[in-house]
Write a protein that binds this ligand. Structure first.
Ligand SMILES: C[S@@+](CC[C@H](N)C(=O)[O-])C[C@H]1O[C@@H](n2cnc3c(N)ncnc32)[C@H](O)[C@@H]1O
Length: 264
């Protein structure tokens, strides 16, 4: 019976790959890798090749989605195939499609988890995971394309006092990843258009870059001030806090440099 193993790469470089994931990839007949669902800092394909003792096959989005993972499934039908994915493999990706197709084809499927931005961002910012509402992604705006969903989801979460994790777009083909500033500008533009009081200049926001490394950048403050903040590392993400417990407020002051007057 064939086997497909999804292996998470974690958040930075190769340090987030678990021993279990490494072991499974070393033993696999074929190792595939996708790097289009998220950028990873400090990642080297050559280092991964050396670690595995064989070259991983780099897949583009079209390989997995348009051809619906045909190559991966073919390899998994014949032996053991591993698919390596940034972060935790099935979090904020569409790989469930491949997982279900494999199961329907009689292929055994396993998942080797790794750190995910979903848990790492709240934890490094000192915010309680219980108080997060729906997560939303901000896409790159294009002419006649600027979905209001991020603004609406943020508004709904805020009205319930909940925090929001906003993931930022990544276009692997063009090598373009969205910055905290671009994400905030997106929300600011929708605020100007819709006027719902969701992304006002005084709104408290937190920017995070390069989560998962010792040099993680985390800064918070009013949207107005954070529009000017510099974040160097990639990838980047935004948290908009809702109602803050006093320990969370203290954490944001200490960990993210939020000013007293910016906490309401
Ligand atoms: C579509 S999500 C994929 C999440 C991934 N599967 C996981 O479990 O972490 C990718 C987005 O999450 C955010 N992200 C992922 N890793 C990050 C990191 N180390 N630091 C900051 N943001 C990150 C970025 O906004 C990035 O564009």
């Amino acid at each position: 019976m064939g086997e497909l193993v999804f292996v998470g790469l974690g958040l930075r470089g190769l340090g987030g790959l678990t021993l279990e994931g490494l072991e499974r990839a070393r033993k696999a007949d074929k190792v595939f890798l996708e790097l289009y669902t998220s950028p990873i800092s400090d990642f080297s394909l050559e280092d991964l090749r050396r670690l595995l003792g064989k070259p991983p096959i780099l897949l583009r989005r079209a390989d997995l989605e348009e051809e619906a993972g045909r190559r991966v499934l073919e390899a998994a039908e014949k032996g053991c195939a591993v698919l390596m994915v940034p972060g935790d493999p099935l979090i904020a990706t569409t790989h469930i499609d491949l997982r279900l197709r494999a199961l329907k084809a009689g292929i055994r499927v396993e998942v080797v988890h790794a750190a995910s931005i979903y848990s790492a961002a709240p934890s490094i910012a000192g915010l309680q995971i219980y108080k997060f509402g729906k997560t939303v992604s901000i896409p790159f705006p294009r002419p006649n394309y600027m979905p209001e969903t991020p603004y609406q989801v943020l508004g709904e979460n805020l009205s319930r006092g909940l925090h929001t994790l906003l993931l930022l777009d990544y276009d692997a083909e063009e090598g373009r990843w969205m910055t905290v500033r671009e994400g905030l500008q997106y929300l600011q533009t929708l605020e100007e258009r819709l006027g719902g009081g969701v992304a006002t200049p005084e709104r408290l926001v937190v920017g995070l870059a390069g989560v998962g490394g010792g040099d993680v950048e985390i800064r918070g403050g009013s949207l107005r001030r954070m529009l000017e903040a510099e974040f160097r590392l990639k990838p980047q993400t935004i948290i908009v806090p809702g109602s803050l417990h006093f320990v969370e407020a203290e954490a944001l002051r200490v960990l993210a440099g939020v000013r007293e007057e910016e906490i309401r």
